[in-house]
Write a protein that binds this ligand. Structure first.
Ligand SMILES: [Zn+2]
Length: 252
């Protein structure tokens, strides 16, 4: 953010108390990508930001450059709320898991319109209840991985290049991020042909269509376990246990 004051749409990814009255917020903004800003007096003055500094809402924010690396958040308003996400535990869990993924998989100060649009579409899809929240989250995850350049290789062996038979199960190595055929030594996780086909479809532009299609429970389980492990390998730490695809919400 260079000029003193710019307006952009944003999602709140994280908010941390700072000093006596301030907050440091991490926003995913449309124009400036992921960035941290200081919201002065956010905790002291309710007038300043009202209840607008909340996650799971589309915000319009006015930001400016600060003295150091931190920008300054001058104003924030909710421009679109997703009330049915807040009213349903399963949808809310999925939305928070998506925010965690956005936090972990995006790069600071690298705006990406497709990522931002997809993030807003995720909240809208959960709000409208287009499919089971876990199915929406899983397809969003596959799409986000594709948009951020981290897609696992699910169509062929990553070592010898042999095409995997789409009708049969194949072995997936989350650490290497690709299939490894038996001739090349195999891999720990088994992914059915249907799961791989669905995940590859979800990585495309019509990820919401892939979510609508519905996932049988067994396929959903093996797909999410594979993606979760793959992501944790990429980012070098565990995703919060209660966050990505929580078991409690799955049983709903
Ligand atoms: Zn091979």
């Amino acid at each position: 953010v260079r000029s003193p004051s710019e307006i952009t749409e944003a999602l709140l990814l994280r908010s941390v108390d700072y000093r006596d009255a301030d907050r440091v917020v991490t926003l995913l903004t449309q124009r400036f990508g992921k960035a941290a800003f200081i919201a002065r007096a956010a905790r002291r003055s309710r007038k300043r930001f009202g209840s607008s500094l909340q996650p799971l809402a589309l915000l319009s924010v006015q930001v400016g450059s600060g003295r150091g690396a931190l920008g300054v958040l001058a104003e924030a308003q909710v421009t679109r709320a997703f009330p049915r996400v807040l009213a349903d535990l399963g949808r809310m869990h999925a939305a928070f898991a998506a925010l965690e993924l956005l936090r972990e998989l995006t790069v600071e100060h690298e705006p990406d319109d497709a990522v931002f649009t997809t993030a807003v579409a995720l909240l809208a899809a959960l709000d409208e209840g287009v499919a089971e929240p876990q199915s929406v989250l899983l397809c969003f995850t596959a799409r986000l991985l594709a948009l951020t350049g981290f897609s696992p290789r699910l169509d062929r062996c990553g070592l010898c290049g042999k095409q995997a038979d789409a009708a049969r199960a194949a072995l997936f190595d989350a650490r290497l991020g690709h299939l490894t055929c038996r001739a090349c030594g195999g891999a720990p996780a088994r992914l059915s042909g249907a799961t791989r086909t669905r995940l590859m479809r979800a990585a495309g532009a019509d990820w919401i269509g892939a979510a609508r299609f519905g996932w049988p429970r067994a396929e959903l389980g093996e797909a999410r376990a594979a993606l979760r492990e793959f992501i944790e390998q990429r980012i070098g730490r565990e995703l919060k246990a209660a966050s990505l695809l929580p078991a409690a919400a799955e049983e709903r």
